[in-house]
Design a protein around this ligand. Structure first.
Ligand code: ADP
Ligand code: GLC
Length: 485
């Protein structure tokens, strides 16, 4: 089986969050399971630089609005996976992926419509064509719609099936009706049954309607998004296609996230020898300017976005600081309005709160290794990777019981010593603070804490299981609809 994955991120060429991690690891795991995967991402400035500016294999043209625009197909060798960058400097030779300084690029509707058209033009030139086109998130979601609504343009791809994966339903790629013309679709698709959404265009909806198969990144999130509470306005569309929707939990790339081998951390450790974890904590305290002591160290590494519950965190921190001796280390980047309250807390409690604003991959590893407790008070969480990294690094997760967080963390039971972390149900300060206190109380019992840490470290969330489930999903796709010209 041959699969092409279309996405807007793939680590290390382009990453702003978990999507990039998934596109780095899932293709390799599928390769190992006998599925040949090629990943295709836009030829961003950062991606071309990371790849060492390889030469283009060929130049093609793809339609965008009323013109044709050139795209260079740039295969990247020696990438561990087969990677193709679609280079169009007019759209992608910029500092950011989606925007600069907190604001989205004004032409994102055009940029990602072009990305999808360009990908299909490239695939037309591939022989044999892939069996499956697997698109991720809204940036790639137009491709199944282009394919099925204009089959006459893509006769070579008539046998190809499509899967769309939702990594986050909150990001839909919604644009005004005035952007519709970029798509070159017949106006009869600008209706609620297809791409129209509250008067505008919805790119993700295009994928949800036209892909042969749908997946999302945890079983619980697959159920949640079919409800109005988590459906972001698309729950009806998802309910209508529920038979085609499945939740496949993400995995962890244990080659990258492993405290026994991690090159970023001060000392290595493993379930049989935890001494290195203490050294990692001391090194982290020194690095972020916290006093060297045994007080519990609570950590957050997160995009600063509404989804992540940063407001709940900032509201709960003073309460935790008042009622315990815990310290905090926060690494985050994103929405500037969340920076201010975090910085204010760091200024008010300089010996107990360290805040680093920015995106720092290596520091993220050192925080996972050095902290005692990891906090994920997300409003919603499709899967979440950081709680999985935390488990492997012996850093106990405290999470809001939603989506993938609920699927992957098991509440610790002091009576049986089973469980891997602590969960809270109500998205409210008292419930969150109470869960933090359950963690802190357990830490005061060294025997229970050690068991809890080891329970987490020995969990296996490797990609092999997920890869098997994706392979099954590909095999069970219905045949493509007949082409009516
Ligand atoms: P999401 O994709 O919603 O942001 P995930 O938990 O799935 O959430 O993945 C987040 C990924 O991004 C993890 O690899 C995490 O370490 C990383 N990350 C998020 N924010 C930062 C940051 N400020 N610096 C470094 N890494 C970050
Ligand atoms: C999204 C989600 C996150 C998930 C990641 C990878 O960014 O917010 O929960 O882990 O995608 O699937």
């Amino acid at each position: 089986m041959r699969v092409v994955m279309l996405a807007s991120e793939a680590h290390p060429w382009a990453k702003t969050g978990g999507l990039g991690d998934v596109l780095a690891a899932l293709p390799r795991a599928l390769d190992a399971a006998g599925v040949t995967v090629t990943v295709c991402v836009p030829g961003y400035r950062t991606a071309l630089r990371t790849a060492g500016h390889p030469p283009a294999a060929r130049a093609l043209h793809a339609p965008i609005g009323s013109r044709m625009e050139r795209v260079d197909v740039v295969p990247v060798q020696d990438a561990g996976v087969r990677l193709v960058l679609l280079r169009a400097d007019r759209y992608f030779d910029r500092d950011g992926l989606y925007g600069d300084g907190g604001a989205d690029y004004a032409d994102n509707a055009e940029r990602f419509a072009f990305f999808c058209r360009a990908a299909l033009e490239w695939l037309r030139t591939e022989w044999p064509p892939p069996d499956v086109l697997h698109v991720h998130d809204w940036q790639a979601a137009l491709a199944p719609a282009f394919l099925r609504t204009s089959p006459a343009l893509y006769p070579e791809l008539a046998g190809m099936r499509t899967v769309a994966t939702i990594h986050n339903l909150a990001y839909q790629g919604r644009f005004g009706w005035d952007q519709w013309h970029w798509l070159n679709l017949d106006p009869r698709f600008f209706v609620p049954d297809f791409l129209e959404f509250w008067g505008g265009v919805n790119y993700l909806k295009a994928g949800l309607v036209f892909a042969d198969g749908l997946t999302t990144v945890s079983p619980r999130y697959a159920r949640e998004i079919q409800t109005p509470e988590f459906g972001e306005g698309l729950d009806g569309v998802l309910r209508a296609r529920h038979e085609r929707l499945r939740g496949i939990l993400n995995g962890v790339d244990y080659a990258v996230w492993n405290p026994a081998t991690d090159p970023h951390i001060a000392a290595h450790f493993n379930p049989l020898d935890l001494a290195g974890k203490g050294r990692c904590k001391a090194a982290l305290q020194a690095e972020v300017g916290l006093p060297a002591n045994d007080a519990p160290l609570l950590a957050i590494v997160s995009r600063l976005a509404e989804q992540k519950g940063v407001d709940l965190l900032a509201a709960a921190m003073p309460e935790v600081l008042r009622t315990s001796d815990a310290a905090f280390v926060v690494l985050g980047s994103g929405d500037e309005r969340y920076e201010q309250p975090l910085r204010a807390l760091a200024a008010a409690f300089p010996t107990r709160v360290a805040v680093r604003i920015g995106f720092d991959e290596a520091l993220a590893h050192r925080i996972e290794a050095g902290a005692d407790v990891f906090l994920m008070p997300s409003r919603f969480e499709p899967c979440g990777l950081n709680q999985l990294y935390s488990l492997r690094y012996g850093t106990v997760p405290v999470v809001h019981a939603v989506g993938g967080l609920d699927d992957t963390v098991v509440e610790f039971d002091p009576a049986t010593l089973a469980g891997t972390g602590f969960k809270f149900l109500a998205f409210a300060v008292p419930a969150f603070v109470e869960a933090v206190h359950r963690a802190l109380a357990t830490r005061r019992n060294p025997t229970a804490w050690r068991r809890l840490v080891l329970n987490g470290m020995t969990q296996d969330f490797s990609w092999e299981r997920a890869a098997r489930e994706y392979a099954t999903c590909y095999r069970e796709l219905p045949p493509p609809p007949p082409v009516v010209l």
